[in-house]
Design a protein around this ligand. Structure first.
Ligand code: SF4
Length: 222
């Protein structure tokens, strides 16, 4: 993109800091139903669902957990069966060997160090085997205690298109976003971008002509 063109576009849409709030507000109206797509009823089910969601779709996870959560209700239940049985029960989510190992390690730590409960503190969540920053972020946000901003493929693409970050690495993108997005919006911001990404701002064919934030977007084609 030519330098003068970039300058023109920036001038048209204004600085990111001034655009972020109207972007959030408009997307919140447009996608009033935007929320986590995983199905869970307890903090333990939430944690397990998010751990299983790596490298697969939420729909797929929900299909597996519908049966899984009838059989495994407490951390002890995940340790009471042979490893191969747990692997079979989560097989359809993919990467079942790593996931089963991570689940067992996490359940063991929950029992030995957290009285069988999922801890509230972000740093405690990060200590659990197989729980990386993204998982800890999702779990914290869903429990009303967002400590950061979840960055998935949609959040990355839309944040870049909206000029909220130039980074590629999720950790660096999150660093840019937490400076920009008001703290009270950290939990809903990723859901809004994810739903907008799925419904309007497609990876290959963004539908800018029916996008409610096109006048705020430096990548708009209209
Ligand atoms: S204007 Fe186009 S590129 Fe920008 S957010 Fe909307 S759909 Fe995506």
């Amino acid at each position: 993109m030519a330098k003068s063109y970039v300058h023109e576009v920036r001038k048209r849409v204004g600085p990111a800091k001034a655009r972020v709030k109207p972007v959030i507000e408009r997307l919140a109206v447009e996608h009033a139903d935007a929320k986590i797509a995983l199905t869970f009823t307890t903090p333990l089910e939430l944690l397990v669902s998010v751990m299983l969601s790596a490298q697969t779709t939420d729909v797929n996870v929900n299909r597996v957990t519908e049966k899984l959560f009838q059989k495994y209700k407490r951390p002890e239940d995940y340790l009471a069966v042979p490893l191969e049985e747990l692997e079979r029960d989560i097989f359809a989510t993919g990467f079942y060997r790593q996931k089963a190992k991570a689940l067992r390690g996490t359940m063991h730590m929950l029992i030995t160090e957290y009285d069988g409960e999922v801890p509230e503190a972000f740093d405690d969540l990060l200590r659990l085997p197989g729980v990386a920053r993204k998982t800890a972020n999702v779990v914290s946000a869903e429990r009303g205690n967002a400590q950061g901003i979840v960055v998935d493929t949609h959040v990355r693409r839309l944040s870049q298109r909206l000029g909220f970050t130039k980074q590629e690495d999720p950790v660096k993108i999150e660093r840019d976003l937490v400076k920009l997005v008001p703290r009270e919006d950290w939990a809903r911001f990723p859901h809004l971008l994810i739903w907008h990404g799925r419904r309007v701002c497609d990876a290959r064919r963004p539908a800018c002509e029916r996008c409610v934030i096109s006048d705020l977007c430096p990548s708009s084609r209209v």
